[in-house]
Write a protein that binds this ligand. Structure first.
Ligand code: THU
Length: 160
């Protein structure tokens, strides 16, 4: 039997075409991005996570001389948020990147480890988190759930 997997995404030509609330959230991600600590990669990432009450929690990548000890912006944001508001229902995560070395005018999506971490919170809250991602400029992509970025995912339903 052959099965196919499909997922949907929305692409806006640039940020100005996105809904105003997403533009606002992305603006906070951009501001967070500029405070990233990325002296080794020079790849600055900012994330802004919004919950159902309208609270916003930001994060940015935090690097370390022992490279694997650093952490991506998306995980900094969601761990920050869950630490201070464990009952939050997260609705939207905006992510943006910038590099002084090259113009990034295409969407860059969360890495595999961040996808797995985000799945945990979707499973915990039993609802999807829309993910919006873009470069410094250029198109903005939106998916309605991290599950669209991680087919055949592994979560607590496999264990419990
Ligand atoms: N990075 C993120 O913050 N998010 C991602 O999804 C991809 C990569 C960071 C990790 C590291 O500090 C730098 O970008 C280069 O990989």
């Amino acid at each position: 039997m052959k099965k196919t997997y499909q997922f949907n995404f929305i692409q806006y030509d640039d940020l100005s075409h996105a809904p105003q609330d997403i533009q606002d959230l992305m603006q906070l991600a951009k501001e967070a991005r500029e405070d990233a600590y990325a002296p080794y990669s020079n790849f600055l990432v900012g994330a802004a996570l919004r919950d159902s009450e309208g609270n916003v929690y930001t994060g940015n990548n935090q690097e370390n001389a022992a490279y694997p000890s650093g952490l991506c912006a998306e995980r900094v944001a969601i761990y920050h948020a869950a630490a201070i508001n464990p009952n939050a229902i997260f609705t939207d995560l905006a992510v943006t990147v910038r590099s002084p070395n090259k113009k990034i005018d295409y969407p860059t999506s969360p890495c595999g480890a961040c996808r797995q971490s985000l799945v945990e919170y979707e499973s915990r809250q039993k609802s999807g988190i829309r993910i919006h991602f873009m470069g410094e400029t250029g198109p903005l992509v939106e998916v309605s759930s991290i599950k669209d970025l991680l087919p055949f995912l592994f979560d607590s339903s496999s264990l419990l």
